[in-house]
Design a protein around this ligand. Structure first.
Ligand SMILES: [Zn+2]
Length: 65
């Protein structure tokens, strides 16, 4: 497990999520601690165990803009 920081795409507040390093690739939705909007998190681990991480609007939020 490792902590990873991301910025909420809705309010740009810093958030922390706990990532399970044993998972090879995951897509999860986390609620922003500040504005409570759902944030879609995609992460992958390369062979060197480096994390590739993106935070974006959750799919169900895209139509609300
Ligand atoms: Zn937010």
């Amino acid at each position: 497990m490792q902590e990873h920081h991301f910025y909420c795409p809705h309010c740009h507040a810093g958030n922390v999520v706990i990532i399970d390093a044993k998972a090879k690739s995951k897509e999860i939705v986390a609620d922003c601690d500040i504005c409570a909007h759902p944030v879609l998190l995609n992460y992958n681990f390369d062979p060197n165990k480096r994390i590739e991480f993106t935070a974006d609007f959750a799919a169900n939020q895209l139509t609300l803009a």
